[in-house]
Every structure is written in structure tokens, then in C-alpha cells.
Write a protein that binds this ligand. Structure first.
Ligand code: PMP
Ligand code: GLN
Length: 392
């Protein structure tokens, strides 16, 4: 008979550094969707594969001996094509040796960047609804977050409010455009706002740009890599998971000036050290050969956004089409006044469509009635989900 770990008496009481953190809403809702047999439009991931050539290239390296530790900062060919892409898109001459680091997902890059700049007692400014990995990283580094709420319908940043929130302890501003979960996208006024509040201050920026290629209706993506003065204080993070429909591979990167990259790598080398070798080689080949994939990604997802929104015509939901990301907020105020967290669970159980409540991303949830739906799904799935939503 095997002994059970749960029968043993713990001798040490663990003092949690994250006592108020539960399991992420993405894991909770995806599990509920699976348990309930619901269509899962909650956690953000495609229900289709990446490009066949990319899969072929990774298989090639996997079966041809590329299976040992790659260099800590990422393989040279991948860093080179990343630097080239950033240069082509945003006009920055990036040095792949000293300014690009490949990471195991954007989550790791965000963690390393936050850890690099936050000292005990420092403050970070975050915008609510705020992606859920930022604050725990700030807390673990000994800092605290100042939350600035974004309000419906536009979820725009009030830069005057940001200026007022900045004090002697402020060390970091977390930015995220295109924005998860709202789908809002920065415009030139936001760049001016960021510039104004950071000018002549000892402030860093961690720019979460994982949806950089998913911006709609002809808008540009205003990467901080476009602006030399802003890039000089920034860690710009992107993820191949979103770009290549391969969220499970967890391959991403961080672009930052040499001094910031050096500190970033000091941490990265002891968090993951590196990222799976065949994935890096396969992505390097594909990015070099097929830039049209990321060039066409916005149109690909815009068609899905439009399809999903059109399917919902005649429903009782109100919506403003997303400006970017693969998420659509739906306002359910005309259907019920239930709280979003309970409603998302109830509809998963009873109606068999899973979504993400957005109140969980606020420090102080406002009275609002939005659920987030992921439209990175094949068209038939979107249609089936919309049929259900139209009956509500
Ligand atoms: N930031 C945002 C805004 C995201 O939506 C996600 C994940 N989907 C991440 C970071 C994490 O990306 P990765 O899966 O590459 O760790
Ligand atoms: N970023 C994804 C989302 O917003 C989830 C990523 C995760 O589950 N870690 O749904």
C-alpha cells in the first residue's frame, strides 16, 4: 500500500508571499468549460494549429539532433530575425547580441523585466482591468501596485490621473496595447501621455505588446520600439504564441536597451535559463521565410471579429467591436444584472458557453456588465457559440 502525502503532518507552516492570489481565472474557466462540455471562449488560445511550414520546421529540428541546451539569451539566428523584424516594422536598429532575449513565454519576460526594476518599497503603476500576472511579480519583488482604472466604453487612459499617481516611490509603468481584456488600442495621444509623465523621471516601462500584430481597421500598432526616447527606458515584450497560433509553446522575447537587457538576463538565466531548442530554430526559419504570416494576421483576426460580431446581430448583447487582440467584450446589461463572475460560471454550466469575467482584473471592480469572449476559434465554433448567445 502506498503512503499518501496528504496523510503526513506538515511540520512547517508556509508563510505565503502571495496570500490573496488564487488560481488564475483562465485556468478556472477552461477547467469549468471542459468539465461542463461547454464551448470554450474563455482562456485566450486558438482552436487551430500554427502554419504547416512552422510545424514542419520544428519537427525537422526535433528529429535532427537539436535537443540540447541552446544559448541562455536565445539562439543567434532567432535573435537576428527578431531584431530584423523590429527594425522593419518600427524603425529601430536593434542589436540582437545585447538588446534581444528569447524567453519561455511573455509571462517569463514580464516577470524578469519587473524583477529587474522593482526594489522593495517601489511602486508600479498598472491599468485596470490589468492582466493578472503583473501584480504578483511586483509583489514578489517587494513592490506595490498603484491601480488606475480604465472605464467603459473606451477604456482610455487618463494621463492626468497617471501624472497625479506618480510619486517618489514610482519606478515602473506597465503598459499593454493592444489591451487584454478590453481590446483597446493606443493612439498617438497615449504615446504623448506616456512621454509627458515619464520625462525626466527615473521611471521604467514594461510594454506588454503580445498582440502587436492583431490591430484592426487599419490602425497602426504604436510599439514603444518606434520611439527612441521611450525605448531607452523600456522592456518591450512580444509572444510568438499569439502570432503563430502556438500559445502552448511558450516562446516570446524581450527587446530592451543593453543595460536593461544585461539586468534582465541576470534574472532570466535563473528563472528558466533558456527556451526549447527545436522551437527556437523552427521559429527562426519560419520568421525569416514567411514574414507575410504576421503581416496578414490582423486581417485574419479582423475577419473573425467581424464574423462573431455579425453572428450576434439581433442578440440582446451590446458591443463595440474590438480595436485589437482576439477578444471581444460583450455588455450583457440588457439581459441580467448578475455579477459577471457568477454569470460567467452559470452560463458555462447552463448554456454551455464559457467566457471570462473582467471584474477579476480590477482592484476595485466598477459596476459594469461585461464578459470577455475569445474569437480565435474556427468559424463553425463561433457560429455555434453565437447561436447560443443569441437565445439569451
Ligand atoms: N500578456 C498578455 C496581455 C496576455 O494576454 C498573455 C497571454 N495570453 C501574456 C502576456 C502571456 O503570454 P505567454 O503565453 O507568451 O506567456
Ligand atoms: N493570456 C490568456 C488569456 O488572456 C491566458 C494565458 C494563461 O492562461 N496563462 O486568456
Amino acid at each position: 500500500m502506498l503512503w499518501k502525502l496528504s496523510d503526513t503532518q506538515p511540520e512547517l507552516a508556509l508563510n505565503s508571499k502571495l496570500p490573496s492570489v488564487g488560481t488564475t481565472i483562465f485556468t478556472v474557466m477552461s477547467k469549468l468549460a471542459a468539465d461542463e462540455g461547454a464551448i470554450n471562449l474563455s482562456q485566450g488560445y486558438p482552436d487551430f494549429d500554427g502554419p504547416p511550414l512552422l510545424l514542419e520546421r520544428v519537427s525537422h529540428y526535433l528529429t535532427n539532433g537539436y535537443n540540447q541546451y541552446p544559448p541562455m539569451a536565445g539562439i543567434e539566428p532567432l535573435r537576428a530575425v527578431i531584431a530584423n523584424k523590429v527594425g522593419t516594422l518600427y524603425g529601430a536598429a536593434i542589436d540582437p547580441e545585447t538588446e534581444v532575449t528569447v524567453t519561455s513565454g511573455a509571462t517569463e519576460a514580464l516577470f524578469c523585466a519587473i524583477t529587474a526594476v522593482i526594489q522593495p518599497g517601489d511602486e508600479a503603476i498598472v491599468f485596470d482591468p490589468c492582466y493578472d500576472s503583473y501584480e504578483p511579480a511586483v509583489t514578489l519583488a517587494g513592490g506595490t501596485c498603484r491601480h488606475i482604472p480604465l472605464r467603459a466604453p473606451g477604456f482610455r487612459i487618463d494621463w492626468n490621473r497617471v501624472a497625479d499617481a506618480i510619486g517618489p516611490k514610482t519606478r515602473l509603468i506597465m503598459t499593454n496595447t493592444p489591451h487584454n481584456p478590453t481590446g483597446a488600442v493606443w493612439d498617438a495621444a497615449d504615446i504623448d501621455g506616456l512621454r509627458t509623465v515619464t520625462a525626466e523621471r527615473d521611471l521604467y516601462v514594461v510594454a506588454d505588446e503580445v498582440y502587436e500584430h492583431i490591430v484592426f481597421d487599419g490602425r497602426p500598432h504604436l510599439s514603444l520600439a518606434r520611439y527612441p526616447d521611450l525605448l531607452a527606458r523600456s522592456f518591450v515584450v512580444s509572444s510568438f504564441g499569439k502570432t503563430y497560433h502556438t500559445t502552448g509553446w511558450k516562446v516570446a522575447y524581450c527587446v530592451a536597451p543593453p543595460e536593461l537587457t544585461a539586468e534582465f538576463r541576470r534574472i532570466h538565466q535563473f528563472v528558466t535559463f533558456t527556451t526549447a531548442t527545436p522551437l527556437q530554430y523552427g521559429i527562426a526559419d519560419f520568421l525569416g521565410k514567411c514574414p507575410e504570416h504576421h503581416e496578414n494576421l490582423a486581417a485574419f483576426y479582423q475577419a473573425k471579429r467581424d464574423l462573431f460580431c455579425n453572428f450576434l446581430t439581433g442578440s440582446r448583447f451590446k458591443l463595440t467591436p474590438s480595436a485589437g487582440t482576439f477578444f471581444q467584450l460583450l455588455d450583457y446589461g440588457e439581459i441580467t444584472n448578475e455579477a459577471d463572475a457568477e454569470l460567467a460560471r452559470r452560463w458555462t454550466r447552463e448554456e454551455k458557453v464559457a467566457s471570462i469575467p473582467i471584474s477579476v482584473f480590477y482592484e476595485e471592480p466598477p459596476r459594469q456588465q461585461f464578459l470577455r469572449f475569445c474569437f480565435a476559434k474556427d468559424d463553425a465554433t463561433l457560429e455555434r457559440a453565437a447561436e447560443i448567445l443569441c437565445r439569451l
